[in-house]
Design a protein around this ligand. Structure first.
Ligand SMILES: Nc1ncnc2c1ncn2[C@@H]1O[C@H](COP(=O)(O)OP(=O)(O)OP(=O)(O)O)[C@@H](O)[C@H]1O
Length: 676
């Protein structure tokens, strides 16, 4: 308001500073101060100041508005990567299932840990005997010190034996636990990876690679180290605590009762804090996985990031998620710290009470100094064990959550099992495919059906083309044929047999060969990529398939020929080269049914001609389903289906469809929806 009023005043006294106005006697100080606010003059420095403030304010406002406008847009991408699964937890029986196959190692580790704890309980008692012996020497009036000293020897030898046994047991249980932990982690990772490989395609539509690899690696690692620590330290310290409480009771029941009376309260408080910390730990791990997913997405799409100069934005996005994860981990650490500090305070108080109570008992002659010594060392062992337990408690929370996150995806059963069902004997397989009244919606997009009562036939041994506008479901037909997804109603049959009755592994592995729009190669050599179609193929067979797909031509120009490594997802090859390798792979597989999903779309006309020739050789005698946009490919098909409006709108040969009145196919050709 003041600034505004001064700006209004400015209009009346433009260019005249207060100082100069006063100097020239135009205004007296009193006149100025008595003027109403809108008539008061304003100095240049004030004007500047005002503008600076205004400028700063406007700048700040602009930044805030910009931030407000940009932040949600930035976050939106990450929102899809975020996942805070409530059912990422583990039950005791699930933990037992993990341990069961390695029970021998677990049992050996537990026995050694308990024996080591037992020895730890014996050590204070033995120390007490030694101290009592020393007290005897001090109190001895006869000065026969040598004989007293000799009496100490058995206790000392006993103590040395205990120390050696304790070291040996420590070595053993740590070794057993390492073996157990590593084997459990390997099994968990292997099981989870196998599960991932068998999950429905719908699962991969909704889960990001970064998230899955975090579960497979970071979470298993976290679970393993927490488990090892909890069993090694936890079991030992727990057994030690119970044992030491027993020895305390043996030494002085009254003092023990006082000392341990408060323990249930501490356990209750600990459980309450633990529940909160577990929740926080789950959220912190989910956030850490989100940060990994962001980095993973950027790293796998590095070319796109570079092409759009998004390095800074990606870095900001990652930093923001990383900072959230850091904040949560800090909160968790602080929570665990509060718990541990409280435990320490309680335990130190316990030692002080023991000293005070013990001195009291000694003064009354109800306790020997050796017993107090034993009591103190035992109480201290309990103190150390309990403070160790509080640390283990924090680790257990993290490990439990991590284990739950791993098991969450292991529990999911695929709705399409791959190794059940029947196989049609090779000599009776024709390759006749039918879609009967198929209605289908992608599970990740409920409410948006792709097909409603789709019916079409792909006769055995024929080349059938699917055409139609983009997004009408041509590729979806191939997904249903490969049984990546299940139709909600209707059925897809192969030689009259419902695909649901057939063995999926056999169907995908031996019956159908797919060459897709965007072939993805593995980061290995050209020949290994081709061999992926049939791992037992000989080098000659690989070369033959490569020649048929015209891979030979470009591979021979590479310095390392077929041994050339193609980079991640085939990034070191051109689109056309990748496509030809994918074709060679399918040729090597030699399947009775071939799906060509715009297989030649990435090729120039010369390469397309070459590959088409290769394909023509391959497709002879097979059932071939071609999805193509080029008229040259479509018109050579024996049967064409136009896929539109959630069904097969019309079918026939090129000539029949072109001759048909009001034909959609004709419209597509004329509108260049089918490339001429
Ligand atoms: N995994 C998926 N999850 C959800 N919806 C999907 C999925 N894949 C495809 N769709 C949707 O299903 C519809 C059909 O897609 P499809 O890929 O089969 O079309 P298309 O005819 O092959 O297109 P194009 O000619 O552009 O390749 C589209 O609306 C698409 O957005």
């Amino acid at each position: 308001m003041t600034i505004l009023s001064k700006l209004v005043g400015l209009s009346r006294f433009t260019g005249v500073s207060v100082k100069s106005a006063l100097n020239h006697g135009k205004l007296s100080y009193h006149t100025i101060t008595r003027l109403p606010w809108w008539k008061q003059p304003i100095s240049r420095s004030q004007i500047l100041k005002s503008w600076k403030i205004c400028g700063f304010g406007t700048g700040l406002a602009a930044i805030t508005v910009r931030k407000a406008a940009c932040a949600p847009k930035l976050n939106k991408r990450v929102d899809h990567l975020r996942r805070d699964d409530q059912n990422a937890s583990m039950t005791i029986s699930e933990l037992w299932e993990l341990i069961r196959p390695f029970f021998g190692w677990f049992f050996a580790a537990v026995v050694c840990a308990i024996l080591s704890a037992y020895i730890n309980i014996q050590i204070p008692l033995c120390l007490g005997d030694l101290v009592n012996g020393i007290v005897e020497i001090i109190k001895d009036e006869s000065k026969n010190l040598r004989s007293h000293f000799d009496q100490l020897k058995p206790s000392a030898v006993h103590l040395v034996t205990l120390y050696i046994a304790q070291s040996a047991l420590t070595f053993l249980y740590i070794s057993f636990l390492t073996i157990l932990g590593e084997r459990m982690a390997t099994k968990m990772r292997s099981n989870l990876f196998t599960k991932f490989l068998h999950h429905d395609m719908a699962f991969f539509d909704t889960h990001k690679t970064g998230e899955l690899s975090a579960r497979l690696n970071a979470d298993v690692q976290e679970f393993k180290s927490s488990f090892k620590l909890c069993v090694s330290q936890g079991l030992r310290t727990f057994a030690q605590t119970i044992g030491c409480i027993g020895s305390l009771y043996f030494l002085s029941p009254t003092m023990t009762m006082y000392t341990v009376a408060v323990v249930p309260g501490i356990i209750l408080a600990g459980s309450a804090i633990g529940a909160g910390l577990r929740q926080l730990s789950r959220r912190a791990q989910a956030q850490s996985a989100t940060a990994s997913a962001v980095s993973d997405e950027a790293l796998t799409n590095m070319r796109t990031v570079r092409a759009f100069a998004m390095e800074k934005l990606e870095s900001k996005l990652f930093d923001a998620e990383l900072n959230k994860s850091r904040a949560m981990q800090e909160q968790l650490g602080i929570g665990i710290g509060v718990f541990q500090a409280g435990t320490n305070l309680f335990l130190n108080g316990m030692i002080l009470s023991v000293l005070y109570g013990g001195s009291n008992l000694i003064s009354k002659g109800e306790m020997t100094p050796g017993a107090l010594m034993s009591f103190l060392v035992s109480a201290q062992t309990i103190q150390r064990s309990l403070s160790q337990l509080s640390i283990i408690f924090g680790t257990a929370i993290k490990g439990w959550t991590a284990g739950g996150r791993v098991l969450q995806f292991s529990r999911i059963e695929p709705s399409i099992p791959i190794d059940t069902g029947v196989c049609i004997p090779y000599h009776t397989l024709w390759g006749d495919i039918k879609f009967e009244d198929v209605t289908f919606t992608y599970p990740s997009r409920p409410g948006h059906s792709v097909f409603e009562n789709l019916t079409l036939t792909i006769p055995a041994g024929q080349v059938v083309a699917l055409c139609g506008p983009s997004g009408e479901g041509k590729s979806t037909i191939t997904h249903l044929l490969e049984r990546f997804y299940e139709p909600q109603s209707g059925r897809v049959t192969l030689d009259g047999k419902d695909l649901r009755e057939l063995n999926v592994e056999w169907l995908r592995g031996q019956v159908i060969g797919l060459i897709s729009q965007e072939p993805v190669l593995f980061a290995t050599s050209v020949e290994e990529n081709i061999r992926y179609g049939r791992p037992d193929a000989t080098d000659d067979e690989v070369r033959e398939a490569a020649r048929a797909a015209h891979v030979d031509e470009f591979v021979n120009r590479f310095p390392h020929g077929y041994k050339t490594v193609v980079g991640e997802r085939g990034a070191q090859l051109s689109g056309g080269q990748k496509q030809r390798i994918a074709i060679a792979r399918a040729i090597l597989k030699n399947p009775p049914i071939l799906i060509l999903d715009e297989a030649t779309s990435a090729l120039d006309s010369h390469s397309e001609k070459l590959v088409q020739e290769a394909l023509n050789n391959v497709i002879k005698g097979r059932t071939v389903l071609v999805i193509a946009h080029r008229l040259s490919t479509i018109r050579s098909a024996q049967l064409i289906y136009v896929i539109k409006d959630k069904k097969a709108l019309e079918s026939g040969t090129h000539e029949q469809l072109m001759a048909k009145k009001g034909s959609m196919y004709k419209k597509l050709v004329e509108a260049h929806n089918v490339d001429s």
